[in-house]
Design a protein around this ligand. Structure first.
Ligand code: ACO
Ligand code: ZN
Length: 158
């Protein structure tokens, strides 16, 4: 990632910009209360990327307790990447990779042992990003999205 691009934690002042990037980049949109709830509960994994003072991408996550995706460890803490996006002009510069790495470090602060997410099965850029970061496809969730598309559940040990 070029050194003109900075990663930092989200602050409430960033809310409107992050919501706008979410609407531009993804069909899954959320209320401002949803964005702020994730910030209030999991600030260490809520990160923005900034270039020349402008936010160009974000990642927001949640920590959950659930069954391990790798072997029989019983219930563990898992970091769930709820949403990540980078504006079209900022893509293929390593920004999403940087956001994911920053957020996965933050997950360790919450004692998460694994990270997982859902991604549209046709989202080649997303799937390639997560594979590059060492994620594997755990399973397919058929018809997961509201328009009927399938999701891959992808996960990785932290
Ligand atoms: N085609 C193929 N591989 C890609 C692509 C692509 N279009 N984009 C990223 N990758 C892979 C490559 O391996 C790349 O490494 P390389 O450039 O050295 O080859 C690696 O991912 C890292 O790429 P970044 O530059 O860090 O990714 P970018 O900042 O462009 O953001 C993202 C990727 C977030 C998927 C972006 O395309 C985007 O915002 N898309 C729309 C929103 C979206 O799909 N978000 C993910 C939904 S799933 C979820 O939120 C849990
Ligand atoms: Zn999810």
């Amino acid at each position: 990632m070029q050194n003109s691009i900075k990663l930092r934690k989200f602050t409430p002042n960033d809310l409107q910009t992050v919501m706008k990037i979410n609407r531009i980049c993804l069909p899954e949109n959320y209320s401002d209360a949803f964005f702020m709830d994730l910030y209030r509960r999991f600030p260490e994994t809520y990160i923005v990327a900034q270039e020349e003072g402008k936010i160009i991408g974000y990642i927001m996550c949640r920590i959950e307790v659930g069954l391990s995706n790798f072997g029989f460890e019983g219930l563990i803490r898992k970091g769930h990447v709820v949403s990540i996006a980078v504006l079209p002009n900022g893509r293929r510069k390593g920004v999403a990779q940087g956001l994911m790495e920053f957020a996965m470090k933050g997950m360790l602060n919450y004692k998460a042992k694994q990270c997982y997410l859902e991604v549209r099965a046709t989202n080649d850029a997303g799937v390639a990003l997560y594979k590059k970061l060492g994620f594997e496809i755990i399973r397919t969730s058929y018809g997961y999205y509201s328009d009927g598309e399938d999701a891959y559940i992808m996960g990785k040990k932290l």
